[in-house]
Design a protein around this ligand. Structure first.
Ligand code: AR6
Length: 172
């Protein structure tokens, strides 16, 4: 699997499936969830989410992408950060693993992920990037391309550090 990192606005990603950082009710919200609902079409996506009957923390469920260029939205529910000793890393890893499993069920080959849990849920971005990268590198999947979409430069820098070369290195 090819893992890429880029700054961007995830609803505009031209992939088979984008991942949403959702909440257990799947009722929409702020942050990336709000942006995805607005871009996909609030009424249609809301109806589709309601039909799923909620989603546990660490799990992921799919809807169509409606007005998005992505065919599917995979709604993953990340953990709220407390102190790192309440299964936050396991639950965050589970989001990435479940999102890949759902993508495999759908036949999605190109995906884009936001930095799940690092906004409203308060997960430290560097630790979250480590969990994301380690999980993506270890889960067997037929997904071919994963794009990690950062909304700020610091998050992008964490991804690029973890990806390592062949990213451009500073001149000597
Ligand atoms: N494209 C890419 N990334 C974005 C975008 C965007 N358009 N907008 C924000 N981000 P958050 P969480 C980044 O808060 O922490 C919602 O209310 C953002 O900078 O969206 O998992 C849900 O309904 C941050 O790095 O998700 C839940 O209740 C990352 O996306 C709760 O927030 C995640 O921030 C989920 O909280």
């Amino acid at each position: 699997m090819l893992i890429q990192a880029a700054l961007g606005d995830i609803p505009t990603e031209d992939v088979d499936a984008i991942v949403n950082a959702a909440n257990q009710s799947l009722a929409g919200g702020g942050g990336v969830d709000g942006a995805i609902h607005r871009a996909a079409g609030v009424a249609e996506l809301h109806r589709a989410c309601q039909a799923l009957g909620g989603c546990a923390t660490g799990d992921a469920k799919a809807t169509f992408g409606f007005a998005l260029s992505a065919r599917w939205i995979i709604h993953a529910v990340g953990p709220r950060w407390r102190d790192g000793h309440h299964k936050e890393p396991e639950l965050l890893a589970s989001c990435y693993r479940r999102a890949l499993e759902v993508a495999d069920e759908l036949g999605a080959r190109r995906m884009a992920f936001p930095a799940i849990s690092t906004g409203v849920h308060g997960y430290p971005p560097h630790e979250a990037a480590e969990v994301a990268m380690a999980t993506l590198r270890s889960v067997p999947t037929r997904v071919e391309v994963v794009r990690l979409i950062a909304y700020d430069q610091a998050t992008l820098d964490h991804y690029l550090d973890l990806l390592g070369p062949p990213w451009p290195q500073p001149a000597e």
